[in-house]
Design a protein around this ligand. Structure first.
Ligand SMILES: O=C(O)CCC(=O)C(=O)O
Ligand SMILES: [Fe+2]
Length: 281
């Protein structure tokens, strides 16, 4: 089987005809996803992965976790430092202690199901169509392009906005309890941070909170720059595992070494240092 077949083999193509974008079913799928994205920033494709593919990809992810960076930090929804000049109850002063294990893309080998799907041209084309880009590429940055995130009991991803215009997640294993993806669509805009709305979401009293049903095998496309979102605390033995696939309208965007070391920790610092040493020879 070639790489394309390997990727295509993992997806329930009868339900999601990604491989036939110009067929009536393919067009209908694109239209449905576009409408979902327009309505609430999110297209949620349950049962996207075939069961055997899901099982294999979960095992691949579990085998790689040893290389993940164990993040343990404190942050607010804006990734900013505390500003004591703001009122005590300002949502910008709400900080959470969080832990999560995150694996950078350089450690996810070619030949894994996640990478095969990430690099499958038909899937990129599908995202391009539903998101309305003139061009779209798998992100060039070797660390940020494809990630695996493991949330164990007590772990969560606090409320935040994404830096990128959209992200794609594949849920490879759901938590026993918790680990829900929750968001409020378009809670802020370019003109208005809507701090009152943000405070309401954080306090669990925002009427617009959405919690899409996501079993393992679900693919979710999410516009997270203006939609505040989080993953609630995980409980139970089984870690929640997601693959995060990143794309870009430009084929060549890469992050600085400093940023990648900050996100992915000492393993990536060592990879970059070894490379610099090699170049000095
Ligand atoms: O894992 C998820 O469902 C969402 C993760 C997320 O929001 C992120 O990685 O920025
Ligand atoms: Fe996010």
């Amino acid at each position: 089987m070639n790489a394309t077949d390997l990727a295509a083999d993992r997806v329930d193509l009868a339900r999601y005809p990604i491989d036939r974008p110009d067929s009536p079913e393919g067009r209908a799928l694109v239209d449905t996803c576009r409408a979902q994205l327009a309505e609430n920033s999110c297209a949620n494709l349950t049962g996207f992965l075939r069961p055997e593919a899901l099982a294999a990809m979960k095992e691949e992810a579990l085998a790689l976790e040893g290389m993940a960076y164990r993040q343990d930090g404190r942050r607010n929804a804006y990734f900013t430092l505390d500003d004591p000049a703001l009122a005590q109850d300002d949502p910008r002063r709400r900080y959470w202690h969080y832990r999560m294990n995150q694996l950078a893309g350089d450690a996810i080998p070619a030949g894994t199901g996640c990478r095969a799907l990430f690099e499958w041209a038909a899937l990129t084309e599908f995202f391009r169509r539903i998101l309305g880009y003139a061009a779209l590429y798998p992100m060039a940055d070797e660390f940020q392009n494809l990630n695996l995130i493991y949330l164990h009991a007590g772990h969560h991803q606090p409320w935040h906005y994404d830096q990128g215009e959209f992200a794609v997640t594949l849920l490879l294993q759901a938590a026993q309890e918790g680990g829900d993806f929750e968001f409020v669509t378009a809670i802020r805009s370019e003109e208005d941070e809507n701090l009152e709305g943000v405070a309401a979401a954080i306090d669990g009293r925002h009427p617009g909170l959405v919690r899409p049903a996501r079993d393992a095998g679900t693919l979710t496309v999410f516009r997270g720059m203006y939609a505040l979102h989080r993953v609630s605390e995980v409980a139970g033995e089984r870690p929640r595992i997601t693959a995060v696939l990143s794309y870009d309208g430009r084929p060549d965007r890469i992050a600085t070494d400093r940023e990648n070391i900050h996100i992915y920790g000492p393993r990536v610092a060592a990879v970059l240092e070894a490379r610099r040493a090699q170049q000095r020879l």
